[in-house]
Design a protein around this ligand. Structure first.
Ligand code: BYC
Ligand code: FE
Ligand code: FE
Length: 474
């Protein structure tokens, strides 16, 4: 499917749909204003080595060149339609997929699309100051790549709102540019998208854990019986893979650096060595991983059951027969323990109501795999320390464990013990200040801040020493 480069790059033949084209063209200047106000601060005139989608087939969608961020071609790209596609699961299974919003599920679809959409600009807002303390040009470029693509994901979802939800959709699209991460009066919808990402370890954890939640949510929506949503999210996933790479290898490079320096200086305090201690890295993992668990919603959820039953949101790789051969999920249960009347009680959740959990389990397994990789570098350095994912009960703000004093091992403590020990598990002000003190901007090509290793190789076949960002005033 060819992409046309009119005012709004697209592969949906926008020119033949004048009404939607006009609505989106009216939205575009507001998007650009938002980008200049809330996008990466201070680098809008610089030349960034970015990839841009120029076609949607797997071979040619990523075109690399120097681009000023405001000139990035944000556009609307859907994966090609699958002929005669049928709804794969739930009560409407085997019916033709919907090309228009089915009236009976309009509210649910609108809500899911709005929630998904809102996270995309939110993340750009959260990360807007990080360029100023990027540990290398390579990393700075990756940050900006992630940012422009999240901007494009906003476009992808706004297109759905404009094309399929009429006036309501246009109003929702306008509000996307009015809410602000962390703003008391008009915050972003999901709580975790309201805290600023203030240092690069937090950014790497964000891309590792939050963007990975995004991957699983998008994958669940890519199974949707509402075909335009499935096709939009499928293409977003191809871009998302790089964000996860940035997060996983980013944390991995910090872990490897710490391991290496500690192995060389076994008796020195990491703070004297200008590296992030493994304790602090574990605290960051605790904070961002538990925050990401909340993004899956409650463990026992009637919303999730409705979405699955209607065929709107599936499981991860729902149609992969190696994962699922049965697409009704009617007769099984998911057992889970939680507190009731002061005791841990085993509960049987009907499987459809446990769909947030089922999706989250696939996510957790994916995170465990990354954890093993990071631990490999600790093992190689001869260190005994191992990083781990905390219990699902720890530090939760949503669901059956919310606001209960469980420790990272999942054991319930007294409120006092919990409060006293919290700073051993979650970064304290002092930890955050220390990590911030390490953040210095490094702009010499091929050079890296001392707290992080260089990557194994450069991007798109370029050397690590490549000039990934060219400053106009340099
Ligand atoms: N914060 O039935 P429940 C991404 C509310 S990230 C605040 O348990 P449900 C990205 C809920 O609204 C992926 N409120 O949950 C990453 C409900 O309210 P009502 C974003 C929350 O609905 C990095 C009540 O609690 N995509 O793409 O099954 C960079 C009970 O809810 C939260 C999506 O989220 C929360 N965390 O699941 C850039 C996909 N959780 O009805 C981008 C679309 C729940 O009582 N969204 N509540 O008023 C969804 O599928 C669902 O809305 C959720 C929640 C999975 C988020
Ligand atoms: Fe995204
Ligand atoms: Fe992302």
């Amino acid at each position: 499917m060819a992409i046309t480069y009119d005012k709004i790059p697209n592969n949906i033949d926008l020119a033949s749909n004048r009404k939607v084209q006009k609505a989106l063209e009216a939205w575009q200047p507001d998007f650009k204003d938002w980008w200049m106000e809330m996008g990466p601060e201070g680098f809008q005139q610089d030349e960034i080595y970015l990839r841009t989608a120029i076609s949607v087939d797997s071979s040619g969608w990523a075109h690399f060149d120097y681009v000023k961020m405001p000139d990035y071609r944000w556009g609307i790209f859907l994966t090609p339609p699958v002929k005669n596609r049928k709804i794969g699961f739930g009560d409407n299974a085997e019916m033709d997929v919907w090309e228009q919003v089915p009236g009976e599920y309009r509210k649910e679809l609108r809500r899911m699309i709005v929630t998904q959409c809102d996270t995309e600009p939110a993340s750009v807002e959260q990360q807007r100051l990080l360029g100023k303390c990027a540990p290398s040009l390579y990393d700075m470029r990756n940050l900006f790549q992630v940012n422009v693509e999240e901007g494009r994901h906003l476009w992808a979802m706004v297109h759905l709102l404009h094309e399929y939800f009429g006036k309501d959709g246009r109003d929702e699209a306008d509000e996307m540019l009015q809410r602000r991460s962390g703003n008391a009066d008009a915050p972003r919808i999901l709580e975790a998208f309201n805290k600023p990402v203030e240092d690069w370890l937090a950014f790497f954890c964000f891309a590792m854990f939050m963007d990975r939640d995004g991957k699983y949510q998008l994958a669940a929506l890519a199974e949707s019986g509402f075909d335009p949503l499935a096709r939009a999210t499928k293409f977003m996933l191809t871009e998302e893979a790089h964000h996860l790479f940035v997060g996983e290898t980013g944390v991995g490079r910090v872990v490897a650096r710490t391991a290496q320096v500690m192995a060389e200086n076994p008796d020195t305090d990491p703070a004297q060595l200008g590296i992030v201690s493994l304790d602090i890295i574990q605290k960051y993992i605790n904070e961002w991983y538990t925050g990401s668990l909340d993004l899956f919603g409650g463990e026992d959820s009637s919303n999730a059951a409705n979405y699955f039953g209607a065929g709107l949101k599936g499981r991860f790789q729902e149609m992969n027969p190696k994962r699922f051969t049965e697409h009704q999920a009617m007769d099984e249960c998911y057992s889970l323990d939680w507190m009731e009347d002061g005791k841990m009680v085993s509960h049987e959740i009907p499987m459809r109501r446990a769909m947030n959990l089922v999706l989250r389990d696939a996510y957790r397994d994916d995170c465990e795999r990354a954890m093993e990789r990071w631990n490999n570098s600790l093992e190689k350095a001869g260190l005994d320390f191992r990083l781990y994912l905390p219990s699902q009960r720890f530090n939760r703000r949503i669901g059956v464990y919310e606001h209960q004093p469980f420790n990272p091992q999942g054991k319930m403590l007294s409120d006092k013990d919990y409060k006293d020990q919290y700073g051993q598990w979650i970064p304290t002000e002092a930890d955050l200040d220390y990590v911030k003190s390490l953040m210095v901007q490094v702009t010499e090509p091929g050079h890296f801040a001392g707290w992080i290793n260089p990557p194994a190789k450069g991007l798109n076949g370029q050397d690590v020493e490549f000039e990934y960002v060219k400053f106009v005033n340099a």
